[in-house]
Design a protein around this ligand. Structure first.
Ligand SMILES: NC(=O)c1ccc[n+]([C@@H]2O[C@H](COP(=O)([O-])OP(=O)(O)OC[C@H]3O[C@@H](n4cnc5c(N)ncnc54)[C@H](OP(=O)(O)O)[C@@H]3O)[C@@H](O)[C@H]2O)c1
Length: 272
């Protein structure tokens, strides 16, 4: 069992693409529905709205698990720690629970040892409780483990959904005892229209979203679906109550077709 399994709510709310009042209202609704784990990032441009929704909720800080991510342009030694202070100011928080490197620095970018050292400093100075990585491949993780121990790496947040099961990377992480957080669990809505997922939703009398989230959780991953609608947030939150049979988990595994959604031009060479 990893540290993340013990201290992080397995089901969080993502906030990518949510801006301004939509971001504020969506996070406010998510907290009302019961979510206590929120995922934002410097590049999402919504840390201030997430922070305002947290402040207005009146929920005790100790009940919340807040993640943000340092963007590529701030990985350099000069700006890294300042950028975390800026994030905290926007979030109206003294610390985040989890600080991630959003992407491994693009080729010819900052040396990994340098920005991982800054990441460790952020933890040592109390700006974050835990540190982790995002979009790190097996090669990236192997390099990272020259600076961080596997225990230092709270999670590796990567794309995982029924159309991209990311088996190779997941097997590597499991062998190293590195926890996985699955992002884009619905492939941004695509997998919710899948005939097999819809059939299973009918079988269990739940929504397709609940089937997909239950599948992610059954594999021991955390997951962070995003939604702007109360009814969808409620369905997503309820998904942790759903237990799929082993056969149905395997049926969903079989939907894998390597259909990756997040492919910016600076992405690393993925483990296919
Ligand atoms: N680390 C990274 O590089 C990275 C990259 C991408 C994403 N992420 C994180 O992962 C989170 C999730 O990914 P995502 O937001 O891109 O995509 P997603 O969660 O796979 O899908 C979001 C879409 O699903 C819809 N949806 C949500 N719940 C639903 C439900 N119960 N029924 C029907 N439709 C539903 C939403 O529409 P409505 O608003 O209409 O409900 C939205 O269009 C992000 O918000 C972000 O926090 C991280």
């Amino acid at each position: 069992m990893t540290l993340a399994d013990q201290v992080m709510p397995k089901l969080g709310m993502g906030t990518f693409r949510l801006e301004g009042e939509t971001a504020y209202q969506s996070v406010k609704m998510a907290l009302e529905v019961g979510f206590r784990h929120l995922d934002t990032a410097q590049i999402y441009g919504n840390e201030a709205e997430v922070g305002r929704a947290i402040a207005d909720s009146g929920i005790d800080r100790s009940e919340l698990f807040i993640t943000t991510k340092v963007w590529n342009a701030q990985l350099n030694q000069k700006e890294f720690i300042d950028s975390v202070h800026t994030s905290l100011k926007k979030l109206q928080l003294d610390y985040v629970d989890l600080l991630l490197i959003h992407w491994p620095s693009p080729e010819n970018g900052e040396p990994m040892h340098e920005y991982l050292t800054e990441l460790k400093k952020a933890k040592e100075s109390g700006l974050t409780r835990y540190i982790g990585l995002s979009n790190f491949t097996i090669a990236n993780l192997t390099e990272a483990m020259q600076t961080l121990s596997a225990e230092d790496i709270f999670t590796n947040q990567v794309e995982v959904h029924p159309y991209l099961t990311n088996e190779k990377l997941r097997a590597f992480c499991q062998a190293q005892n590195i926890h996985i957080t699955a992002y884009m669990p619905f492939a941004v809505g695509k997998v919710l229209k899948d005939a097999k997922i819809i059939e299973l939703a009918e079988k269990y009398q739940v929504t397709p979203a609940e089937v997909v989230i239950a599948w992610e959780l059954a594999h021991g991953m955390a997951t962070i679906p995003s939604s702007t609608k109360r009814a969808n947030l409620q369905a997503n939150f309820k998904a942790s109550e759903l237990a799929l049979s082993t056969e149905d988990i395997e049926r969903i595994d079989d939907l894998n077709c390597g259909d990756r959604q997040a492919v910016p031009d600076f992405a690393p060479q993925w483990d296919e």
